[in-house]
Design a protein around this ligand. Structure first.
Ligand SMILES: NC(=O)c1ccc[n+]([C@@H]2O[C@H](COP(=O)([O-])OP(=O)(O)OC[C@H]3O[C@@H](n4cnc5c(N)ncnc54)[C@H](OP(=O)(O)O)[C@@H]3O)[C@@H](O)[C@H]2O)c1
Length: 304
């Protein structure tokens, strides 16, 4: 086993970053988290050994971030649909700034999160190109590189759950495309294992333990909610057309639609790891949802 490492986690407040931080802490590593605003951290921040306030999109605020650290791990990426900042500014430029800070500080290893399928589809999907430009640059550096490429994470599957909760899940094409989504904690365990065993792996494609169709994922969501499945179907070409139309106005939305087209047209099944199942994740979401609505009913009755 590798001794305890000093690790900077950029993106530690996000879905994958927070799960990975917990896994790294469980393996005894020291965590310095890069956060945009310390005041917004709340009790969740107590998991970090140190907090460094800075913005990866403003490289001058990163000075000293990686000083004295062994590894820099970045899970930073755009997930919001607002127009700015774009994935060029965050997924590429902010991560390049982190890479340069790691190089300057003499960090030994850089662990970066891209997306499953990005190397083979970078010429078709700009978001994938943006991400892979970071991996190109990483390979030219003296840092040891590890690039993790997950399929859909469970937080993306939550969007399907939310559609089911609203009564209808949209499918693109016939819904038969296959994917093996993965829980953030399973990716976190994998990353912690790679570090603790000092694995020389450079490129790690990773998916969850179950291969499901897009329709099957919708069915699991309805089952968890105790609702009969209801689907609406759009042709696949709709996604491609919508991505092309929105690209000049909103690159982030176009990237989401392009990524969705890739998954629905070709599927995304990566080597499997982990043990956490989507059904259990949806059951947790449903339980939380019912608890919240019961609480609201209870409060309303008390107020009458
Ligand atoms: N979700 C998926 O299905 C999926 C699949 C494959 C690969 N990935 C990749 O996995 C990585 C993590 O995804 P995730 O689902 O964990 O996303 P997430 O929960 O949205 O976390 C993204 C992180 O990036 C940070 N970030 C976003 N915009 C930023 C900006 N303008 N400046 C500084 N920081 C910014 C966020 O900071 P704040 O917490 O301060 O907002 C957050 O910590 C991403 O690179 C994503 O592309 C995701």
């Amino acid at each position: 086993m590798n001794p305890s490492k000093r690790i900077v986690v950029a993106g530690a407040t996000g879905y994958l970053g927070s799960h990975t931080t917990r896994a790294l802490k469980a393996h005894g590593h020291f965590i310095r988290a890069l956060v945009r605003d310390k005041k917004r951290l709340g009790p969740a921040g107590s998991v970090f050994d140190e907090v460094f306030e800075g913005r990866a999109t403003e490289p001058e605020t990163l000075d000293g971030l990686a000083e004295g650290m062994d590894i820099l791990l970045s899970t930073i990426g755009v997930r919001q649909l607002s127009r700015h900042p774009t994935y060029w500014q965050v997924d590429r430029d902010a991560n390049l700034a982190l890479l340069e800070e790691a190089e300057r500080a003499g960090t030994e290893r850089f662990i970066y999160v891209s997306v499953f399928g990005a190397p083979s589809h970078r010429s078709q999907i700009d978001l994938f190109e943006a991400k892979e430009q970071v991996t190109d640059r990483l390979r030219l550096s003296n840092l040891r590189e590890t690039i993790i490429r997950p399929t859909g994470l469970f937080n993306d599957m939550e969007e399907i759950f939310n559609m089911a909760a609203q009564g209808r899940v949209w499918l693109f094409g016939d819904g038969s495309a296959e994917v093996n989504p993965i829980h953030g904690a399973d990716v976190g365990d994998l990353v912690a294992g790679l570090i603790s065993t000092d694995s020389p792996s450079t490129d790690v494609d990773v998916g969850g333990p179950e291969v499901l169709t897009m329709r099957g994922i919708g069915e699991l969501a309805f089952e968890a909610l105790g609702k009969p499945p209801r689907f609406a179907v759009l042709p696949l070409c709709f996604l491609r057309a919508a991505a092309a139309v929105t690209a000049p106005f909103n690159r982030n939305l176009a990237a989401l639609l392009g990524g969705f087209h890739f998954v629905n047209a070709e599927g995304a099944v990566a080597p499997t790891t982990g043990h956490r199942r989507l059904q259990a994740f949806f059951a947790e979401l449903a339980a939380r949802r019912f608890a919240t609505s019961n609480h609201k009913i209870g409060t309303a009755c008390r107020d009458e």
